[in-house]
Design a protein around this ligand. Structure first.
Ligand SMILES: C=C(O[C@@H]1C=C(C(=O)O)C=C[C@H]1O)C(=O)O
Length: 129
């Protein structure tokens, strides 16, 4: 079967594809190396997220026991401004930084709420922070 340009655009990278198209072998090798870095970065991000949630859950326990609300908008305003600035300095679209912040803070507050409803018992989160 002949290959049209639209077939080509749907082609994903794999070893068979590289062998069939030696002219793209260099690109395939480079993509493989970059994907190894992407996988390392994803591993680091997941590990960091696990640590962040373990830490925010500890804050949740302290808040629940002290009678503080799960949400602290003053702290969040500080984080919004700080992450916006850091993103720009790092060359990251600040919208991505804000999406990240919104996601983790929303999830942290849901867990605070569950801890508060359980009377400050972090066991309610089981094995996941
Ligand atoms: C973890 C806290 O609780 C909430 C969650 C936050 C977060 O995930 O960083 C920030 C502020 C609060 O709305 C906190 O007050 O520090």
């Amino acid at each position: 079967m002949s290959e049209t340009s639209s077939d080509w655009q749907r082609t994903t990278i794999d070893s068979a594809q590289a062998a069939a198209h030696p002219e793209t072998a260099q690109a395939v090798a480079r993509i493989k190396a970059l994907r190894q870095s992407i996988d390392n970065i994803d591993s680091a991000v997941i590990s960091l997220l696990a640590e962040r949630f373990k830490t925010t859950s500890q804050v949740g326990v302290l808040k629940a026991n002290a009678g503080f609300a799960p949400e602290d908008m003053k702290r969040e305003d500080y984080q919004i401004e700080r992450l916006h600035r850091i993103a720009i300095e790092a060359g990251l679209d600040p919208e991505i930084a804000e999406k990240y912040r919104e996601f983790v803070v929303t999830e942290a507050k849901k867990r605070h709420q569950r801890i508060a409803e359980a009377g400050g018992d972090p066991g309610v989160l089981d094995v996941f922070a």
